[in-house]
Design a protein around this ligand. Structure first.
Ligand code: 4AD
Ligand code: MG
Length: 463
């Protein structure tokens, strides 16, 4: 007999009366000398399966090894349950303990550990209700993202993780080298001799797959990437990770309005997918962390995003009379307090802010006629701030080259990118969605370190 997942057992009322085999980890055991109840969970659902041990058939010695955290195989008849909160339970006939978990030192003894405590136990926290729920939602969202793009004929493009170019120009890259750091080879001028490095030049982990994504879009039409990206910013915030996953669609023949339409449709699709497919987990997370979660998700689904220029957004902020920690005026980069004011207090809706000053945006964005702004778009969400960053791309060879020169980006690194503008250039656009920011929104969790299994952030690369 092949064992059944607990999710399958709980979903099939016609199994009642039959013998089933289940396997999982013990969440708790309680009872008396006549009957004992074990809550078993195998990670397939937020719900535990109750196993009933009739103590006329088992000894106290049998039961001793069944403690919180131990792993079990149980067979027995599935019976309709009288108990509150469950439809059925297993009447244990026979069981086997795979592994014990000593109550004296198993860290997840009691319910209700703090999230901070669990972050230190990230190797075991997937065994908690909270993290198993988050990780199931994360998996479902990854699938929804592929489904959305595949249904629309986008090609999934794998872009490199090791790169010699800095897409965002922020300089926050993790260097990749095999040079001996304690004995760096030097050129005659005393500079580090990268000719001797593994790739023969300086390389780093990518901050974005966009530049290669554009190579794909200008050949395949519509592509998307979905992979890890790395940023060595010293941002110790609840919204930043040093290693995060990004989804970057890039589309030939899209202008910025097409790009905004796609971003809005895409976000709503993911949220709808979560509501349709992760109901039990979302209800659990709502109950324990964020009472307004489901209504906030539905609110975003049923409202058009506001579309507004940066210039108009800054005007609203200046006229708000609000005292911000970071003062705001035309030309400043917006902080999350500004973004959240626009979204949560002024419009009370998601906002797509466009046409930012060129000085605060990356070199590749399409320049507007005014000579001051570029065709950027940031999607701002309640509780999160920026969830998506994107733009229409500069498609004109001369303008792009001029911007690259102005910013002092070495041409020798960029020749291949410029070739897309030299040969059969097309208007095109794209954006990047931070996967963990989407998960923050969908799960209602407050800290980005709690929506990725093993978070990387300054001074932490444990597990
Ligand atoms: O705005 P960003 O830096 O844009 C890009 O990288 C573009 N190349 C995207 C594109 O147009 N193809 O990053 C995009 C998104 C942000 O909106 C945010 O959601 C997320 O990535 N993000 C982070 N998420 C977690 N931790 C960090 N340190 C992040 N930095 C950006
Ligand atoms: Mg951005």
């Amino acid at each position: 007999m092949k064992h059944l997942k607990i999710s399958a057992v709980l979903q099939q009322p016609d199994l009642v009366g039959q013998t089933v085999e289940v396997k999982g980890w013990v969440r708790s055991r309680r009872g008396n000398k006549h009957v004992q109840f074990v809550a078993l969970n195998d990670g397939s659902t937020i719900k535990n399966l109750q196993i009933v041990f009739d103590m006329s058939k088992f000894t106290d010695d049998d039961m001793k090894q069944i403690t919180t955290g131990s792993s079990l195989r149980v067979t027995g008849e599935l019976a309709a349950s009288q108990g509150k909160g469950q439809t059925c339970e297993v009447q244990a006939a026979e069981f086997e303990v795979y592994g014990t978990a000593d109550p004296a030192d198993y860290p997840l003894q009691k319910k209700g550990h703090t999230l901070e405590f669990l972050r230190e136990k990230a190797h075991l926290r997937p065994r908690t209700n909270t993290f198993s729920a988050v990780l199931r939602v994360r998996s479902a969202m990854a699938f929804a993202i592929h489904k959305f793009f595949q249904e629309r004929g986008f090609v999934y493009l794998h872009t490199p993780l090791i790169t010699a170019s800095d897409c965002e120009g922020a300089g926050a890259m993790f260097q990749v080298t095999t040079l001996p750091l304690d004995k760096l080879p030097r050129t005659e001028e005393g500079k580090i001799d990268y000719a001797l490095d593994f790739f023969g030049k300086p390389t780093a982990l990518t901050v974005s797959g966009q530049l290669e994504g554009e190579l794909g879009a200008t050949a395949l039409g519509e592509i998307y990437t979905f992979g890890p990206t790395f940023r060595a910013e010293k941002s110790n915030t609840p919204r930043h990770l040093s290693e995060f996953w990004m989804i970057e669609p890039e589309m030939a023949f899209y202008d910025i309005a097409d790009n905004m339409d796609l971003a809005e449709e895409f976000l709503k699709y993911c949220i709808q997918y979560a509501l349709d497919n992760c109901k039990d987990d979302l209800e659990f997370l709502a109950e324990h962390y964020d009472k307004d979660l489901i209504s906030r998700l539905e609110f975003v689904l049923h409202n058009d995003f506001v579309r507004l220029s940066y210039t108009d957004g800054v005007k609203i902020l200046e006229e708000s009379g609000r005292k911000f920690e970071f003062p705001v005026h035309w030309g400043t980069d917006l902080q999350s307090e500004h973004e959240r004011y626009l979204v949560e207090e002024h419009f009370k809706k998601p906002v797509i802010l466009t046409d930012y000053p060129k000085e605060i945006k990356a070199f590749y964005m399409k320049q507007n006629e005014d000579g001051k702004t570029v065709r950027a778009m940031d999607v701002l969400f309640p509780k999160i701030g920026e969830i998506i960053g994107g733009s229409e791309r500069e498609a004109d060879y001369d303008k792009l080259k001029q911007r690259i020169d102005e910013l002092g980006i070495p041409m020798k690194d960029m020749w291949w990118y410029l070739d897309t503008r030299k040969y059969g250039t097309v208007p095109h656009s794209g954006f990047g969605l931070g996967f963990e920011r989407l998960l923050l929104f969908v799960t209602g969790m407050a800290n980005i370190r709690d929506v990725i299994p093993f978070p990387r952030y300054p001074k932490n690369a444990e597990f």
